[in-house]
Each structure stands twice: as C-alpha cells, then as structure tokens.
Design a protein around this ligand. Structure first.
Ligand SMILES: C[S@@+](CC[C@H](N)C(=O)[O-])C[C@H]1O[C@@H](n2cnc3c(N)ncnc32)[C@H](O)[C@@H]1O
Length: 216
C-alpha cells in the first residue's frame, strides 16, 4: 500500500520524564523495531499463539487490559505518538505482560512490510483519528486500499474490530469494509473495554459504533 498521505500528524505533545525514561530504557525489551522484514511472532513471544494487532493504541490502557484478559493470545500494538508509546512500555513492565509488544511506526507500513498475509487472528482499530473536516477526509485510515491490506493480513475466520464515535466516519467504514470482498460483516458483537479517547467522546454525548467483520 503506497500512501503519500499519512493518517496522523505528529504533534510533539508533552512527554513526561517517566515516559521518556520508558522510551529510552524499555524499548529494547518490549518494543519491536520497524524494518521491512516479515516478523516471526513465535520468536518474539517464544510460543505459537493467535496474534492480534492493534492500530493506534493511544495511551495504551485498553490495550494492556485486553492483553491481560487474554493471556493465550499475543498482541502487537502500533502507535506513532511518543508519549503513548512510553506509557504503554511502562505499563507492559509494571503489569509484567508477556504477550504484548509495541511498534512505533506507521501502521499501514507495518501491516504491509512486517505482517505475513493470513497471519492475524484479529485486528483492532479503536477510534482512529476521525479527521472531521472535509478537506482532511483523505487522511482517514479507513479507505479501500487499507481495507484490502487489512483483509489480506487476516487468517481465514480472523476478525477486524473497528470502533468510532464519529457517525459519518462509521458510515464510511461500513461502506468501505462492505465493499471489500475478502471480509464479511459479522453478526456477533465483540466486547471490549472502553478506551480513553472513547470516554472523551462519550462525555461529549457522542454515540459509539462498533463494527466487526470476518475474513471469509
Ligand atoms: C484518536 S486516537 C485513539 C487512541 C486509542 N485507540 C483510544 O481509543 O484511546 C488515534 C491514535 O491513532 C494513532 N495513529 C493514527 N494513525 C496512525 C498510523 N498510521 N499508525 C499508527 N498509529 C496511528 C494516533 O497517534 C493516535 O494515538
């Protein structure tokens, strides 16, 4: 997937000293460096287990909770925002999570270059940046090319779970995912803990939509 336009703008938000320390000291243990080479999860986690990827883990609280709740599954979080990556690194160490690692890089490139086709049991996309202004819609992650890439990376029966509090983006997501022939809308709902960004939306009265698809 070649996209000149990125789905994020890196703002140098405040990185706390603790986050910076985590970035400096814990990346080697709990981070995975980006490189254009297919990952071998069994080498990273030291076992064979279902692999779930999360795109845009933000501060990572929900990511860590999900990993703690599902010890039999391995998780890789992808996030570009330094403070968020630092926070999640701290959390992985504090909670001694053996089944969660993080990559600080553009998720579209990670999917394309580091994940084998058919390798994923699941893909989480919780509250991707909504880019509400029309002239910014082109930055939204969920576009036909992304849907095709994501679908290709799922194993048969693997799931894609997306959520948004932006109704018009939910419509776009449904249109884009419905048009992707490799995946089909699942009847089931999938439970997940509330996320930090979601809580902000809920406080503002936003309605949250979850969409679940499965690889055919
Ligand atoms: C609106 S926030 C939601 C964070 C979290 N999922 C939550 O619900 O609290 C979206 C996050 O996606 C990250 N992001 C956006 N585009 C990305 C990309 N292409 N690769 C990795 N992370 C990305 C942003 O840095 C941001 O932290």
């Amino acid at each position: 997937m070649k996209r000149g336009i990125r789905s994020y703008v890196l703002r140098q938000g405040r990185t706390t000293p603790a986050q910076q320390r985590a970035l400096d000291q814990l990346s080697a243990s709990y981070g995975i460096a980006y490189r254009q080479e297919i990952l071998r999860p069994e080498e990273i986690f030291g076992r064979q287990a279902p692999l779930v990827l999360e795109i845009g883990s933000g501060m990572g609280d929900t990511t860590a909770r999900i990993a703690a709740d599902q010890p039999g599954t391995d998780f890789i979080a992808i996030e570009v925002h330094g403070p968020g990556v630092g926070s999640l690194l701290q959390r992985i160490r504090k909670d001694e999570l053996k089944n969660l690692r993080i990559i600080r890089h553009d998720a579209a490139e990670v999917l394309e270059h580091m994940i084998a086709d058919g390798a994923l049991a699941g893909l989480h996309l919780f509250f991707p940046d909504p880019w509400p202004k029309k002239r910014h819609h082109k930055r939204r992650l969920v576009q036909p090319e992304f849907a095709a890439l994501a679908a290709r990376k799922l194993a048969p029966g693997g799931y894609l779970h997306a959520a948004t509090d932006w109704p018009e983006y939910a419509v776009q997501m449904a249109e884009v995912f419905n048009a992707e022939p490799l995946i089909a809308r699942a009847a089931e709902a999938k439970a997940r803990p509330i996320t930090k960004f979601e809580q902000r939306g809920v406080n503002l009265g936003h309605e949250v939509r979850d969409l679940v698809y499965r690889r055919r």
